[in-house]
Design a protein. Sequence first.
Length: 369
Amino acid sequence: MSTSITPKAAFPNSTFGIGTNAGARETLSILVVSPDNQNIAECLQFFKDTCTLCGGYSEAKELLRKERPELIILNLPLNQVALVEFKVWLTAEAFNDIPVIYNEAALKEVSIKQLYRQKLVDDVVNIQEKYARLHYKARFISSLNAKNPKVNAPRKKNHLTKIAHNLFVRLMDILISGLAIILLLPVVVFIAFAVKIDSRGPILYRSFRAGKGFKIFIFYKFRTMEANAEQKVEELASLNMYNTENLQPHFFKLENDPRITKLGRFLRNSSLDEIPQLFNVLKGDMSIVGNRPLPLYEASTLTTNEWAERFMAPAGITGLWQITKRGKVDMSSEERIQLDIYYARTRSIAGDLKILFQTPTALMQKANV
């Protein structure tokens, strides 16, 4: 439950950056996300007339829907999944121009390095020592965000069109996935048997993936790699075809991946390993058409204002990336994300049908990636 240090409204109208006298302290409206209100409140007395406290990200979302603060301070142990989900939510709701600062005192050193490396927040500050200058820092970060046209670009939404589109897509997903599961049942049984006798390990590969709005779900595929494949990611990092000096965006894929089994290579090149995702579609975790759901270690590098927009579209089995660039080794990570963002901005019923009809010709890939 949220509390205010004073009985004023949660986010009263402030004079932050507008019409203030030189040298005068601006009044900031601040939202503090902290399960330990007493610990953080003591060092925020400088801002006590405009500071609102809440205990977690869910409460923060509710408050943000009512009023818009000028600074968000996070004062809680780092939960990367929860923070990335909150970051993506801020982008989806057009709150991503609000500066987000993490209190250094609430973090371990390894967490501080992680936040800086992945740019999950605008800054990490020891509030107990630097609270008197927070309003200057907030003003500076806000001015930088204001110069980024992607941050404050208005989003025109036709809610009736959106509802109709989502309803049509869901009905199409249920119909196609249900029918495909029935028709492909003999194929599923045969592949399951083949995977079992080809190599040691489970028939299905399960992993946590991030879909629309960074919804986390369990993702299914036929296993195409050795059972201990994920333990070799760091060992093979230098061979990553997406390897670049920039940390964002970051994907991991190898050409001629040595972890893939003989049967797995055939299943991948023919896209037969994707069949179990039909159950994800039937459950509602994914759609037939959309952006590929990402492993959490990849999704966590795509939370800046520039890249997080790709999570505005549903997760899909096939999509714009698949029909244009799937299996091509000359594709950069930036190009892949731009295709995802373009789809998220322009998706329509007609566009989804076009992608669906073009998918069969993209199922067979030539490169071993």
